[in-house]
Structure formats: C-alpha cells, structure tokens
Design a protein around this ligand. Structure first.
Ligand code: MEV
Length: 441
C-alpha cells in the first residue's frame, strides 16, 4: 500500500471501511473490533471524535483509584489512568503506609509560567534595541489587554515582560520573555495568544520607531510559544517519620537498615544517569496517571520534569532523602503546570468525574495531589527494590495479564493463583502449568 490520498476527507465510516479493506485479512473482524469500542451514546462519541483528527475509535485504558492518600490533613481518593500492572496497588500501599505516619505534607512554592517570542534583530547596537524595548514596553502590554482582561479579573494575567539578549548564542537572537499567572487554567492557549500578539506588535512598532534606520526597523519574529519548562510553577511534597517507625514486618530487615538502603538508593539515582532515568520513570508512573485522569497534558509534564531533573547539567533522580537525628525524610520538589478549568478538564466526561472525585480542587491543590502520588509511587518502588525486589509484587499483578493472554477460564485462574501463591511467576511456568491442567481436565 502506497500513500493514501484524501484520507482526511473521508467520513469516519469510510475511513474504517478503507483501512479494514486495505490492511486486514479479515476486514469484517477489524470493522467490528473498531466499532465495539465506540461509546454507546453517539453524542458522547462525537466529543471524543472531535478531540483529535482521523479518529476511528477509542483506545481504552484502565481507570483506577488510590483510595486513601492523606495530604496536608485531607484524605483524597485519587484517580489514575494507567495500563501497567502493580502501579495502582503500589501507590495505594504507600499511601496507606504513610497515612499512619502523618501523611504527605505539600507546599506550592510558586505558580508562574513563562513564554518567549524568539526574535532576530540584526542591528549592531544592542543598547539601542534595549532602549526601543523600554520605550514600547507599556504599549506592548496595553495591546494585549483584550486578551488578558478576563484572566486579570480572575487574579492572573501577564506579570512581567523583558527583552533578553541571546546574541552570544546565535547572531541577532533576542527573546521577548513574558511571565504569566494563569490561576486554575494550565493556560497554554492564553499564553500563546498573548505571545503572538506581543510579537506582532513589537514587529510593527519597530517599523515605526524613528531612532532606527531602515535596517534596524526589521525585526523578524521566528516564533512565539510558551515554554513547557516551568521551574517557577513548583510544588514540594514530603513524608517523614522517626526511623524506628519504618519497622515493617513485610520487608524482613531492621528499620535502620531499611532507611540506610533506601537513602543509598535515592543517592544512587542522583549520581548515576542509568538509575536516575528508571527512578524518575517510577515517579512519572504516578504523576502521569493522575495527570491523564484529570485531563491534563502528560507530555508537557514529562518534558518539564526531565528538564528539571537535568537542571544542573546532569540528569538526576528527582526525589530526595535524608536520615538525620533519627528522622527519615523523603521528598519531591517538581514543577507541575496543570489546570482544573478549561481545556480537556471541562470536555472529557471522565476528567470532569476525576476532578469531582478529588473535591474539585484548585490547580494548586491538584499540584499537591499529583506530586504526592508521584512520591508515593517512588516510595513503593524503592521499598520493593531495596527489600524483596520488584518482580515479586509486579509479577503477582502481571499474572492476570498472562492468564488473559492464555485465555484461562475462571476455574483455571483459581488453580493457577493457588499454584503460584509462593512460586516465582514466569510466563513459561504459568503456560506449562496451564497445559498440565488442561491435559488432565
Ligand atoms: C516500573 O514501571 C518502575 C520502576 O522500575 C521504578 C524504579 O525502578 O524505581 C519499578
């Protein structure tokens, strides 16, 4: 099959018919499969179809909850969308563990976001460009008022504007650097609209600036876009308890040994990039799942988190641990730019449901919930890693996937669960055991 032309112009049914015919041995089966995942309510399905383009159907993922996550004295039932087995169970276990040790303490440190208009100005005298900027700054801000007035009424808006000289990195390169408060919205559309307006006005005003010669009047706007790196939209969450309270029968070591091994594991993630990547992946298992469930942009959150992890030039583990004066403290400081109004949060019925489940939090409160889930997930992973190893718990949860893959019936499932209660689970062993039962049934 070569290039397909006119695909986007086809109706949804035509697209399905076409692809099923062209790519599948059994077109009827593919059509049936795609349609089986449509929402039974055509109006609800239309909403999903219109989120994206060339939509054929929906791709399901499990929606689960961590029921008892205590943050700042409030108990949350946290929704997670994730397909990986054992993530929800691990977070729930960590939430329970910490609920009897004071819960999670979270603080929103800052909520400012930034964006840049990337400019080229080829004039020789950067001071002259700076004076031009100072002269037109108020006018630039004034011209954005039609876009910012609503946000200002809600307590946000354009906070600051400056000209940054980046000529040392690229000839003629400057940035209009704008800072924003977007309240309960993630604010991407708001920020991008304001930036585009700033770029256009700046370019026009340069044309009219008498102190510039004809060449200097030429400002080239390369692009205007928010930055998904939001180091000033920062939340900190921590758990803490006396070391002796880490005494937990299930890990089979003393509290002091556990604290020491755990602390080492966190430090290893700080110094070794291989471990740091996996360590942070575990944190994002929790973070992304809540971000998805609440209709936020997990790509933006991830991109930002990884840049933050490399902020001193080396990619490092995101969490911190101390064991001092008999007190174990485990914390996570991370930028999280999320919204609880606007975007998908209002349109996706399950995102709306998630926010209601969380008590309709403000964006700041949601930052604390997401960070705490990330830390809970990281605690659970490290706890397993430094004690029993990760596979014991993981494979127990994964057993369900193996049984589904092997199309085991209820009786067979009961048998296998019992048979593998104290055995190491592997796909081959489960398959062999199942073959044995089937042979003698
Ligand atoms: C698996 O999805 C995540 C872990 O690998 C995280 C970690 O190693 O810290 C368990």
């Amino acid at each position: 099959m070569g290039h397909i032309s006119g695909f986007s112009k086809m109706t949804k049914i035509e697209k399905i018919e076409f692809l099923s015919r062209e790519f599948f041995d059994n077109p009827d089966r593919s059509k049936k499969l795609l349609k089986s995942f449509w929402h039974p309510d055509a109006n609800a399905q239309k909403i999903f179809d219109e989120f994206s383009e060339n939509t054929l159907t929906n791709f399901m993922s499990p929606y689960g909850v961590v029921p008892n996550l205590d943050i700042n004295g409030k108990t949350y039932c946290v929704p997670l969308v994730i397909e990986e087995s054992s993530v929800v169970a691990a977070a729930a276990k960590a939430a329970k563990f910490w609920s009897s040790r004071g819960g999670f303490k979270a603080t929103v440190i800052s909520t400012t976001k930034a964006g840049q208009v990337h400019l080229i100005w080829d004039g020789k005298d950067s001071n002259k460009f700076q004076s031009f900027f100072e002269t037109v700054k108020d006018k630039l801000i004034e011209e954005t008022k039609p876009l910012t007035s609503n946000m200002e009424k809600r307590g946000g808006g354009l906070l600051d504007l400056k000209l940054v000289n980046r000529e040392a990195d690229e000839p003629g390169y400057y940035q209009l650097w704008a800072e924003f408060e977007t309240c309960d919205a993630m604010g991407a559309n708001f920020i991008n609209s304001v930036l585009e307006s700033l770029g256009q006005t700046f370019k026009n005003l340069a044309q009219q600036y008498d102190a510039f010669n004809e060449d200097e009047k030429q400002v080239q706007v390369i692009m205007a876009i928010l930055s998904n790196y939001t180091p000033d939209c920062l939340v900190k969450v921590e758990v803490s308890c006396p070391v002796e309270q880490l005494d937990d029968k299930s890990h089979g070591m003393s509290a002091a040994e556990f604290a020491s091994k755990f602390n080492r594991a966190v430090r290893i993630a700080k110094i070794d990039v291989n471990r740091a990547t996996t360590h942070n992946k575990g944190i994002f298992n929790g973070i992304d799942a809540v971000v998805l469930a609440t209709g936020n942009d997990f790509r933006a959150i991830e991109a930002c988190g990884h840049t933050w992890a490399a902020r001193d030039g080396q990619y490092r583990g995101l969490s911190d641990c101390t064991v001092e004066d008999g007190i174990f403290t485990f914390s996570l400081e991370i930028p999280l730019s999320v919204g609880t109004v606007g975007g998908l949060t209002a349109l996706h019925p399950m995102a709306k449901f998630s926010l209601e489940l969380l008590g309709n939090p403000s964006a700041k409160e949601l930052m604390t919930i997401i960070a705490a889930t990330g830390l809970a997930q990281n605690f659970a992973a490290l706890r397993s890693l430094v004690t029993s190893g990760i596979q014991k718990g993981h494979m127990k949860m994964h057993l369900m996937n193996i049984l589904n893959h092997l199309e085991a019936n209820d009786k067979e499932r009961d048998h296998i669960r019992e048979a593998f209660k104290d055995r190491i689970i592997s796909f081959t062993d489960v398959r062999n055991e199942l073959a044995l039962i089937r042979k003698y049934q």
